[in-house]
Ligand binder design. Structure first.
Ligand SMILES: [Cu+2]
Length: 177
């Protein structure tokens, strides 16, 4: 439970940082395990991240063993490479999520996709950077007046010291008002 709260906090923090700087992020698909067959649930992996346009997915894999095919929805569902949009086999494939919406990737090696080596991610529109990073308006529009120097504006005391002692500090304060 605590871990979940911490994760949520971290996620919020990431969003804040992203909002403040408009930076794009890079994700290693599958985390430490990379782009493999049978070891990573890529649906789960994707669900643990929030993707925005401009972010990059990096597929790390053995070039002779796996490939990365970007496909459409039906290619993803049927594990079909027939209408692949793009094909990579270099072992380190970086794909920028340029369009908002769902992106589909499969491994083109026989039986890898049906065994779970397939990924779909939803890219959200990247949040706009803040319009102005200057100081808040109240600090520049004359809202802040020079502080009054209390030391010089105190009225000269109209009462002798003895009466002050009798009146007490509270009454003296009221008199000053
Ligand atoms: Cu594969």
């Amino acid at each position: 439970m605590l871990t979940l709260v911490l994760l949520l906090l971290l996620k919020g923090l990431c969003l804040c940082i992203r909002g403040a700087f408009g930076a794009s992020a890079t994700y290693n698909v599958g985390g430490d395990k990379g782009w493999v067959v049978g070891l990573v649930n890529y649906t789960e992996w994707a669900a643990n991240h929030t993707f925005y346009t401009g972010d990059s997915l990096v597929f790390l894999y053995e070039a002779e063993v796996h490939t990365v095919l970007e496909v459409g929805k039906s290619g993803y569902e049927d594990c079909s490479s027939a209408n692949a949009i793009a094909s990579y086999e270099d072992g380190k494939t970086s794909v920028v999520l340029r369009q908002a919406g769902t992106h589909y990737f499969i491994c083109g090696v026989a039986q890898h996709c049906p065994a779970g080596q397939k990924l779909q991610v939803v890219a959200l529109d990247a949040p706009a950077p803040p319009p102005n990073s200057g100081p808040p308006a109240f600090m520049t529009a004359g809202g802040l007046q020079p502080s009054t120097n209390l030391g010089t504006s105190l009225p000269s005391l109209p009462l002798p010291l003895s009466s002050l002692l009798t009146l007490g500090p509270i009454s003296y304060y009221i008199l000053l008002l």
